[in-house]
Design a protein around this ligand. Structure first.
Ligand SMILES: Cc1cc2nc3c(=O)[nH]c(=O)nc-3n(C[C@H](O)[C@H](O)[C@H](O)COP(=O)(O)OP(=O)(O)OC[C@H]3O[C@@H](n4cnc5c(N)ncnc54)[C@H](O)[C@@H]3O)c2cc1C
Length: 531
């Protein structure tokens, strides 16, 4: 992998922040067009992409069609998907998945040599291509292998991008700290944010440490619109063992017959939803918490009734991880519980990854294309990264254009600090761990006005009000990390407080019903006066 830094010019054609599926797919498409620079925050393969287990969804089965895939996606999105973006995803998706196979991605095969298609929650057909239980690693491997052969693509790893260069209302590149902590910048004709998810805004998450939502903060602070940030998906089945990481126990285990049971060994999900263990993720997540409260005990996933050899063969990564903790997934009950997993909202884009700022593009988990609505259908995000990463590359070659505000989107009133709330910043300054646990408590699976209002009050520090980025020119890398995380946390908490209904991943205990009359809209935040 190229990790040069001295030969890089200060001006480049295309800069891509992020080396996950979206950034890499874009880089491959741009390589023949001009010079491309990929910046990643850590090791090249450290990304949500690298941890994806279950698979990538695509309507390639004989009994499947893009229209059926679209129906399932729209149903999961709970009334807030952008239908034309969904059509793009499901119709173009199969082509990009086939292309990956042509580039050498090895997905599991059935007895006839065709891709073995798995089933996951809320999918009406088997359409999940998988590589064991490490599909993301295989996709990342395939894309990186191709990228390193491209002479016009350079990569700098361990580069923390902190803010965007904005000139005359347009984005002209990025500023970053390199691996040695040196402050640097690079100017570009077009800038793509492909920075992935924001799970690390919460104390309990399946996401790796790089997933701090930086793209959302960078875009928002530069003046771009961000949208739907109240919609966070909490995965129901992260490993729930004291002292162990919240390692994901993929939904594919339930797709293959795994069952959720309470501490008495009783299956319980059908008392919460007719689809039982394969109900939508938010329903299963809340079902687990409620059952755990009702029985005052933990909840487990059991595979003990299935063929043990097949279980271990199909899920080698999960089996190996659990084995290090003394759990045999084929025989023992695995303690599970919800954890923050996926951000449905993000930087608002059109169907070509254009944002509301000229020169700035966004793709993958950091973008809000509208394909996920209020809740993401399992295995649609790797697909989104492929499809919209490639589309971003197309748009980045075109004359600059911005994404107009769509008809079903409204812009929230600009945030106003309540001067009486914390007038002198007298509350103790929140560090990153404080922010993360506050978000888990107040803006997690069960939300309420009182807890969210208190969280917003705490997050609204006087020195954290969104002001000109120049004010932060002297920030250290650590200060930038905290500031950008705080910005994302504040946006998520404010959006969750604002939406007075429950829909998809957003559940308000004080407004438990979906309210289409008032809330079938996407709400955007923006600092710019003219968006
Ligand atoms: C445990 C787990 C399992 C999952 N399973 C599935 C699955 O089975 N199927 C599915 O479809 N989806 C799954 N997902 C979701 C999916 O993996 C992600 O949504 C998707 O991979 C995101 O890809 P991306 O390209 O947008 O970002 P990522 O793959 O997260 O890449 C982000 C990149 O941005 C870089 N970056 C971030 N901030 C900065 C910064 N400030 N400066 C420089 N670089 C930065 C990072 O270093 C990284 O290279 C899973 C996620 C997790 C965490």
């Amino acid at each position: 992998m190229q990790t040069t830094s001295s030969s890089r010019p200060d001006v480049i054609d295309f800069v891509i922040v992020g080396g996950g599926v979206a950034g890499l797919r874009a880089a491959i498409a741009l390589a023949g067009i001009g010079q491309v620079l990929i910046l990643t925050k850590a090791d090249a393969t450290e990304s949500n992409t690298g941890y994806a287990q279950g698979g990538v969804a695509a309507a390639i089965g004989a009994d499947d069609t893009p229209a059926l895939h679209a129906d399932d996606t729209l149903r999961a999105g709970d009334g807030l998907c952008d239908e034309s973006a969904v059509r793009v995803l499901v119709e173009e998706g199969p082509r990009y998945v086939r292309e990956l196979m042509e580039w050498g991605a090895t997905f599991d095969r059935d007895a006839h040599g065709e891709p073995a298609l798995g089933l996951e929650a809320a999918h009406s057909r088997r359409r999940i291509l998988h590589a064991g239980d490490a599909t993301g690693r295989e996709i990342g491997r395939t894309l990186w292998k191709r990228v390193v052969t491209l002479r016009s693509v350079e990569t700098i790893n361990h580069a923390l991008v902190t803010d965007l260069i904005v000139e005359n209302g347009a984005v002209a590149g990025v500023r970053f700290f390199d691996h040695a902590g040196v402050r640097r910048s690079v100017r570009a004709h077009a800038t793509l944010l492909a920075t992935g998810g924001a799970g690390q805004v919460y104390s309990d998450t399946t996401n790796p440490s790089v997933a701090t939502g930086d793209g959302v903060a960078l875009a928002y602070l530069a003046g771009a619109r961000v949208s739907d940030l109240e919609f966070v998906q909490f995965h129901p089945t992260a490993l729930n063992l004291s002292g162990a990481p919240r390692f994901l126990i993929s939904e594919a285990l339930r797709g293959e017959g795994g069952r959720l049971v309470n501490s008495a060994g009783e299956a319980f999900m059908t008392s919460y939803h007719p689809d039982g263990d394969l109900a939508p993720r938010d329903v299963v997540a809340r079902g687990i918490v409620r059952e755990s409260g009702r029985t005052a005990g933990p909840v487990f996933l059991t595979m003990a009734h299935l063929d043990p050899a097949r279980v271990r063969r199909r899920f080698p990564t999960i089996a190996a991880m659990c084995a290090t903790l003394g759990i045999d997934i084929a025989a023992d009950p695995v303690p599970v519980g919800p954890a923050a997993h996926y951000l449905m909202g993000g930087i608002e884009t059109d169907e070509w990854a254009r944002t509301s700022l000229s020169g700035l593009f966004a793709a993958g988990e950091t973008a809000c294309t509208g394909v996920h609505g209020a809740n993401r259908l399992a295995s649609n995000s790797l697909l989104e990264g492929l499809v919209f990463g490639a589309r971003a590359a197309d748009a980045m070659q075109q004359p600059a254009r911005t994404a107009p505000l769509k008809a079903d989107r409204v812009i929230a009133d600009p945030p106003r600090r309540d001067p009486a709330a914390n007038p002198t910043g007298s509350d103790r300054r929140l560090d990153i761990a404080d922010i993360r646990s506050l978000m888990w408590r107040a803006a997690g699976l069960f939300r309420s006005s009182a807890a969210l209002a208190e969280a917003v009050r705490r997050l609204d520090e006087p020195d954290a009000a969104p002001v000109s980025i120049d004010r932060h020119a002297a920030f250290t890398a650590a200060e930038w990390r905290r500031y950008n995380l705080l910005t994302v946390a504040r946006l998520v908490a404010r959006a969750a407080l604002r939406r007075k209904e429950s829909r998809g991943g957003h559940f308000r205990a004080d407004f438990p019903a979906r309210d289409d009359l008032h809330w079938r809209v996407h709400v955007c935040d923006s600092m710019a006066p003219n968006v």
